[in-house]
Design a protein around this ligand. Structure first.
Ligand SMILES: NC(=O)c1ccc[n+]([C@@H]2O[C@H](COP(=O)([O-])OP(=O)(O)OC[C@H]3O[C@@H](n4cnc5c(N)ncnc54)[C@H](O)[C@@H]3O)[C@@H](O)[C@H]2O)c1
Length: 273
């Protein structure tokens, strides 16, 4: 699908850990559509994952480590990317999520509050910090586009999602608030994409994930959207075809969010033998 939707555009992609990561697919699709990219992830993820393989597949894209909770790292990343590109950036993907409470099986009603702060800092405030650093450096071109990935647990309770639900609510709120200010001053747009459950390292950390994926599949008229389809949606959001879309939470979930119940689920409760 060589449509060159991102021809001439330059972007930073956070969060490609391994080839299951949604960010991995976004990086591949962005380059296939003509973009130049810089890859980044937390320094610790550099050792755990395989980001250098992705970099070589993506025309030897530079990899600049950054802990997204560190303003200093973010400044170094954004300055490094601008130096590499020889100018400003057109798009950013924020594909970052991590909850120590969920990882350690802490119940939502009995969280460790230091962990809770980390969940919010890593999974939501990191978007604010990225945008604030980018704005101070005037790093994003007019009509540039920032996308962060979220989940419907921001709006509805999914018990095993724990404090990540609160992080996603905050992420979506930052998107609206920063979207107003960055839009007014610099015509930069900011949106979240609310993705179906997807088998990745972060996704599989949620308890009962396999059963949940099956439930979600049976509640989505089109079925669960996979990582590649999510990447395609991100590409449209980075392209000029969506120039007036900002401050939105965009569901990319096969219709799950607007389905009250499906006949497939109802049939499981049938009293007839
Ligand atoms: N997988 C799903 O079911 C699903 C559904 C909806 C939304 N999402 C969201 O999609 C995004 C990407 O997750 P994924 O499913 O591809 O999993 P993933 O585990 O591949 O990606 C999560 C990334 O966050 C990075 N990260 C963690 N702490 C960081 C830090 N301090 N600084 C910089 N990066 C850090 C990790 O290194 C990793 O690359 C997350 O925001 C996640 O919540 C995932």
């Amino acid at each position: 699908m060589a449509q060159e939707l991102l021809k001439g555009k330059k972007g930073i992609i956070f969060g490609a850990l391994n080839d299951m990561s949604i960010a991995w697919k976004v990086a591949e699709q962005a380059v296939a559509q003509g973009a130049e990219i810089v890859l980044t992830n937390a320094p610790i993820a550099m050792r755990m994952g395989s980001i250098n393989d992705l970099a070589s597949q993506c025309n030897n894209a530079p990899v600049i480590p950054a802990d997204a909770t560190s303003e200093e790292d973010l400044q170094n990343l954004i300055e490094g990317a601008m130096e590499h590109f020889g100018g400003k950036i057109d798009f950013i993907l924020h594909s970052i999520g991590m909850s120590p409470n969920v990882r350690k099986g802490k119940h939502y009603t009995d969280v460790n509050y230091n962990f809770y702060s980390t969940t919010l800092d890593v999974s939501a405030i990191s978007l604010h910090k990225t945008l604030a650093v980018a704005k101070k450096l005037d790093a994003i071109n007019e009509w540039g586009s920032v996308v962060a990935l979220t989940y419907i647990a921001a709006q509805r309770i999914f018990p095993d999602y724990g404090d990540m639900a609160d992080a996603k609510s905050l992420l979506e709120s930052i998107t609206r608030s920063f979207g107003y200010h960055y839009g007014t001053e610099k015509k930069v747009r900011i949106n979240t994409i609310s993705q179906s459950p997807t088998i990745t390292t972060a996704g599989s950390g949620v308890k009962g994930f396999d059963e949940f994926i099956a439930y979600s599949e049976s509640m989505s008229p089109l079925g669960n959207a996979d990582a590649l389809a999510c990447a395609d949606y991100c590409i449209t959001m980075f392209s000029d075809l969506t120039r007036y879309v900002t401050m939105q939470n965009l569901f990319h979930d096969g219709g799950f969010s607007n389905t009250g119940v499906s006949m497939e689920v109802i049939s499981k409760f049938s009293l007839e033998a």
